[in-house]
Design a protein around this ligand. Structure first.
Ligand SMILES: *[C@@H]1O[C@H](CO)[C@@H](O)[C@H](O)[C@H]1NC(C)=O
Ligand SMILES: *[C@@H]1O[C@H](CO)[C@@H](O)[C@H](O)[C@H]1NC(C)=O
Ligand SMILES: *[C@@H]1O[C@H](CO)[C@@H](O)[C@H](O)[C@H]1NC(C)=O
Ligand SMILES: *[C@@H]1O[C@H](CO)[C@@H](O)[C@H](O)[C@H]1NC(C)=O
Length: 385
């Protein structure tokens, strides 16, 4: 080895003639090399910071991923399966996305350390006026949740990089209440969230929702639950069974027909059941059109048939229907009082893991942007964050 190294050194450095010079020159060359390397690093950092500031981190991530693919993504390793996608703005269409998201491990043990996360999926039109409440709620719990936002495709979010919602928008399409496009949006949210293998629970929220307890309480309630939360009841009246269409048989018969609120909380198993469905989807798409509001029937009915024993048949999102009418009450600044908070949180009864419980709702809707300030003010006393 030695005999090969020496001539190489000499050949590289023909200018150095004597031994004494060589020993002096070496540290200087090393130093030069080091300075050059340092300058390169600093330049690179400056360029990176500039690019991130001006074009957003997601763009940088795409560039890095595409140019360094071979050494970053080990074709023979697990990384491609267990690392969450770095850029949520993928180019898959719904058909490709639902296919990709419906893969499931049949083993219950993971060959790596997996910290289960809750996926908070926001189905919105555009802005998130209650974001400061969510920011405070999530503070200090990084690594235990992930956020996904579906908004109108025309909406351009302007968020600071420090926001928990920054870079969390997914490719979206127009979703209309009561139509299949609404269920499509919910399936799109589920499918995107399923791409992160650490997501274990999937919570559907809107821009008017708030959490009712601190993160620790909500995380443990959900993680330890034996059942998924999907409102599902058999309503014999015109707005329940009255919306059933005989053409749905034999896949769905009238005794299996269910109704429920669209706001659900499901675990990974049921999230996959929802995204992989190709049996019930065409039936609902064709035969449940207004005045059959498909977002009130498709998931409750489909899950009752396929996994009835795994759902609690109730939602954990509180809404107030007491004011009557086709829409639940929306609360604004003037409504948010200490009495209101008590009414919302207390005197509920339900079963949790087959036991009586007084904690029945973990989230609530609907709140107007004007409710944000008084809610933030009362949150430490009533909501524990
Ligand atoms: C969360 O709320 C519970 C119940 O109110 C309380 O015991 C706990 O200390 C709170 N946790 C944090 C981190 O504030
Ligand atoms: C509906 O399906 C259930 C379960 O498969 C069955 O017991 C019941 O007889 C069916 N009802 C009708 C009206 O077909
Ligand atoms: C929910 O309802 C189904 C029937 O539709 C039932 O089989 C299941 O046990 C119910 N879930 C709970 C937690 O009671
Ligand atoms: C649960 O509550 C019901 C009334 O809502 C009561 O009849 C039952 O005994 C309670 N069960 C337990 C275990 O406390």
């Amino acid at each position: 080895m030695q005999s090969r190294v020496v001539p190489l050194e000499e050949g590289k450095d023909p200018g150095v003639s004597s031994r004494t010079n060589q020993t002096k020159a070496l540290p200087i060359r090393l130093l030069q090399l080091f300075v050059f390397f340092l300058a390169f690093c600093i330049t690179f950092s400056v360029i990176s910071i500039y690019t991130i500031r001006h074009f957003g981190i997601s763009n940088v991530m795409t560039t890095v991923t595409s140019s360094f693919q071979p050494c970053y993504e080990e074709p023979n390793g697990l990384d491609g399966w267990i690392k969450p996608p770095s850029n949520l703005m993928h180019t898959m269409n719904d058909k490709q996305l639902l296919w990709r998201a419906s893969f499931m491990s049949r083993r219950t043990e993971y060959p790596f350390e997996r910290v289960p996360k809750i996926a908070l999926m926001f189905l919105t039109k555009g802005p998130l006026p209650l974001a400061p409440i969510w920011e405070r709620f999530l503070k200090g719990h990084g690594g235990l949740y992930s956020i996904y936002v579906h908004s109108l495709p025309s909406f351009q979010p302007h968020l600071p990089p420090s926001s928990v919602f920054y870079g969390r928008h997914i490719p979206s399409q127009v979703a209309e209440w009561g139509r299949m496009s609404m269920c499509d949006a919910e399936r799109r949210l589920l499918a995107n969230a399923l791409l992160d293998i650490s997501n274990e629970w999937f919570i559907l929220l809107s821009e008017s929702c708030i959490p009712l307890y601190n993160f620790t309480v909500i995380y443990h309630y959900i993680m330890k639950s034996k059942y998924s939360y999907m409102g599902a009841f058999d309503d014999p009246g015109p707005f329940g069974r009255g919306r059933y269409n005989d053409n749905m048989a034999p896949e769905v018969n009238i005794t299996q027909w269910r109704k429920g609120s669209q706001w659900f909380e499901v675990n990974r198993k049921l999230a996959i059941t929802i995204v992989q469905d190709t049996t019930y989807y065409p039936k609902f798409k064709e035969f449940c059109r207004p005045a059959c509001y498909v977002d009130e029937h498709y998931f409750p009915t489909m899950l009752t048939i396929q996994a009835g024993k795994l759902i609690a048949n109730r939602s954990i999102t509180w809404v107030d229907w007491s004011r009557g009418g086709p829409h639940p009450a929306t609360f604004g600044r003037a409504d948010i009082t200490e009495e209101f908070m008590k009414r919302m949180l207390e005197s509920h009864r339900c079963t949790y893991n087959n036991r009586n419980s007084s904690i029945c709702f973990l989230f609530a809707r609907k709140f107007a942007p004007s409710a944000m300030e008084p809610l933030l003010h009362l949150a430490p006393k009533f909501l524990g964050f």
